[in-house]
Unconditional design. Structure first.
Length: 240
């Protein structure tokens, strides 16, 4: 049950929260960050031009732009990551919503697969069985009920590795191992709930908070545009 709770949080709940957050606020956040990057780049450009003028050197804009491209490469990576997040959210939003009965069957079927194949419960399963379980995780994440049904049929009986040790010895070792596993999974659940995107759950569930956040982002965008225009005019004056 702990494994199911963790996977439900990680693969379904958090994914739905992030999709809702990105669709509601992602475009504004991207625009605000893009303007912030452009503003910082412009300020840095002014600094480089001024340094050239102070040393009475020729100002070559193309050379300065190459320096800026290198210095702001990481910012471009962050912008690309934001675009990728939005693309994933858009793709996720296109999926056909499952009916209530289908959702119940997905959870029940995945639970049976977890009990039969999860590596934390069956550390001695084969690489092929691990791959089958990974396919089940992917199907669960995508709400692919047909694939889950097929995998469930393949693992109808629990995977029980053959052992040569005494039964009580095996049980003692298994109890210790599973106790550690339970502790680890509880820690993972706590961590998931303490991080993005789960921390955005209350926000995406509250239209008033969404509206407030939108207003804040729009104000930030307007302020950045004004600041950019001021610095752009300053740069024009410097280059005359």
């Amino acid at each position: 049950m702990l494994l199911l709770e963790r996977d439900e949080l990680r693969l379904v709940v958090c994914k739905n929260i992030e999709t809702a957050y990105m669709l509601a606020l992602g475009s504004l956040e991207y625009k605000a960050f893009e303007l912030h990057c452009e503003f910082l780049r412009l300020k840095r450009k002014i600094d480089l031009v001024q340094a050239k003028k102070n040393r009475q050197e020729k100002v070559v804009i193309s050379a300065i732009e190459r320096i800026l491209d290198e210095e702001f490469e990481e910012y471009q990576h962050q912008l690309d990551e934001q675009i990728n997040k939005m693309n994933k959210a858009l793709d996720h939003s296109k999926g056909r919503p499952l009916t209530e009965e289908e959702t119940k069957e997905v959870k029940k079927t995945y639970r049976n697969i977890v009990k039969a194949l999860h590596p934390d419960l069956h550390p001695d399963i084969t690489p092929a069985q691990i791959q089958l379980f990974q396919n089940a995780v992917q199907a669960y994440e995508n709400g692919d009920l047909n694939s889950l049904r097929i995998i469930s049929e393949m693992v109808a009986e629990p995977v029980i590795p053959e052992k040569s040790e005494n039964g009580l010895t095996i049980l003692a070792k298994e109890k210790e191992r599973l106790s550690k596993t339970i502790e680890l999974i509880r820690e993972q659940i706590t961590e998931i709930k303490s991080e993005y995107p789960y921390t955005m759950k209350d926000l995406v569930d509250d239209p008033e908070q969404i509206a407030k956040k939108k207003a804040e982002l729009e104000e930030t965008i307007n302020e950045l545009k004004e600041a950019y225009d001021i610095y752009a005019a300053r740069l024009i004056e410097m280059l005359r």
